[in-house]
Design a protein around this ligand. Structure first.
Ligand SMILES: [Zn+2]
Length: 258
């Protein structure tokens, strides 16, 4: 069994009534969620706050309503517990394990969080004696949860550590060329398309500075408004200056040089 931070260990404040037991034989699905907002860095504190919100604000007897929660560190937290009827998606509270990946809404789930979520899935499938259906909250309910990146990850088979980087759109993908008045549109694969007269200056998908074909995550005009621009791509290890466009380091921590 994967290591789980138990309710005692993270400091659950409320007991869960014993009449909410669900046998493993009833489980069919593994339902992925997100917190739907920003979360702090102290993962245990986040879990405690979700417990309070679900119990005190929502009045739910299973709190947290998720069976498990997975932090960006990869730590797996016991939510209401494996054998308890959760409160996370009405059609799935009995036959599904609700698992909340605690990625802030503006940040992709970390490789560690994805690897742990996959490990948890494999473990629960094993103890249930069946391959659980991999699904997500919005598949059963009108909600954005768990967001486009996690939905794509689950839909793609939930490979450990693999949200396709091309899905990590964190920048503006269109910007105006201040010289021509036209537009550059950056695609996630690093290609740049032009519209309404903006010149083509190169993309990030086949440039020598980008031998790994790292995906483009944003595009922006230079603040000097001199017609140049920036194309930002993940995991650049070398910065290169083109004649009218620059490529910058853009590591996963969100900072970038330049
Ligand atoms: Zn949800």
């Amino acid at each position: 069994m994967v290591a789980v931070v138990t309710r005692d260990e993270w400091g659950a404040a409320f007991a869960i009534p014993t009449d909410r037991h669900v046998p493993l034989s009833a489980r069919r699905a593994f339902v992925v969620h997100w917190p739907g907002g920003n979360v702090g860095a102290d993962e245990a504190a986040v879990v405690r706050s979700i417990e309070r919100q679900h119990r005190q604000t929502q009045g739910w007897l299973s709190a947290p309503g998720y069976n498990f929660l997975v932090g960006q560190s990869g730590a797996i937290f016991e939510g209401c517990g494996r054998d308890v009827r959760g409160v996370h998606s009405p059609p799935r509270n009995v036959d599904g394990f609700g698992v909340c990946v605690l990625a802030p809404i503006t940040t992709p789930a970390s490789p560690a969080a994805l690897a742990s979520t996959r490990d948890l899935y494999d473990d629960l499938s094993r103890v249930c004696g069946r391959e659980l259906v991999r699904t997500w909250h919005a598949a059963d309910f009108a909600t954005a949860c768990p967001g486009p990146q996690l939905i794509e990850w689950v839909r793609g088979g939930m490979d450990a550590g693999a949200i396709a980087p091309a899905r990590r759109k964190v920048g503006n993908m269109i910007c105006q060329d201040p010289v021509s008045g036209g537009y550059w549109i950056a695609w996630p694969d690093g290609a740049v398309h032009t519209a309404r007269g903006a010149p083509f200056l190169g993309g990030a998908n086949n440039d020598k500075a980008n031998p790994g074909r790292f995906p483009c995550i944003g595009i922006a005009p230079r603040p000097e408004a001199d017609g140049g621009g920036y194309v930002l791509a993940l995991d650049f290890t070398a910065a290169k200056e083109g004649d009218r466009a620059r490529f910058y380091d853009y590591p996963r921590d969100g900072s970038h040089r330049g």
